[in-house]
Design a protein around this ligand. Structure first.
Ligand code: CO
Length: 159
C-alpha cells in the first residue's frame, strides 16, 4: 500500500514538470523583440516566459516589458498603460485584459512570468507586446500553437 502511494507521487511530479513549457524572448536596444512568434505546444499546462533584455541601455532609456493580451486588445491596453507611467511598468494597474506580463527591464536584465495555458481560448488570437510608450507598434509578436511539445519539433523550428 505504502509503495503504491510513493509511486503515484513520483508520477505526478514528473507530469507537472513536463507540462511547464519554457520560452525565452529577447529584447534589444534597437527596440525590437528577436522572436516574432511565441510557439506554444497545445499540451503545455503552463507557459514560462523569460524576457531577456540583451541591450546595454538602462530601463529609463530603452526599457522593455512583455505583455500578453488578445490581439484585439493590444492598442487599447498599450494606450491605457501609457497613462499608468513607468512606476507601473506602463501597465494600467488591475487591467483585466492583461493575461500575463513582466516588469520593465533594462539592458542585461531578465524577468520571468508564468501563466496557465488554460486562460487562453484556442480559437482566439493572442499577441504579446512591449508597453513602453511608442514601442508596441514595432515590438510585438504572435502567440502560435504547435501540435506537440516534442523536443525534436522545437529544434527544427529553431533552425
Ligand atoms: Co520596448
Amino acid at each position: 500500500m505504502k509503495l503504491v502511494c510513493v509511486t503515484g507521487l513520483i508520477f505526478l511530479a514528473r507530469v507537472a514538470a513536463a507540462d511547464v513549457c519554457q520560452v525565452t524572448i529577447e529584447a534589444t536596444d534597437q527596440m525590437r523583440f528577436e522572436e516574432q512568434t511565441l510557439p506554444v505546444a497545445s499540451d503545455c499546462s503552463e507557459v514560462e516566459v523569460t524576457l531577456r533584455n540583451t541591450g546595454k541601455l538602462p530601463a529609463s532609456v530603452m526599457g522593455h516589458d512583455w505583455v500578453l493580451t488578445k490581439t484585439s486588445d493590444v492598442s487599447s491596453v498599450a494606450n491605457a498603460g501609457m497613462g499608468a507611467g513607468v512606476a507601473n511598468n506602463y501597465q494600467k494597474p488591475g487591467d483585466k485584459r492583461i493575461i500575463a506580463s513582466t516588469k520593465i527591464i533594462g539592458g542585461g536584465e531578465s524577468a520571468t512570468v508564468r501563466f496557465s495555458l488554460g486562460l487562453l481560448d484556442p480559437k482566439e488570437s493572442y499577441t504579446y507586446f512591449c508597453s513602453a510608450p511608442g514601442h508596441a507598434s514595432i515590438m510585438k509578436g504572435r502567440l502560435v500553437y504547435r501540435p506537440s511539445s516534442a523536443p525534436s519539433v522545437a529544434r527544427n523550428e529553431a533552425m
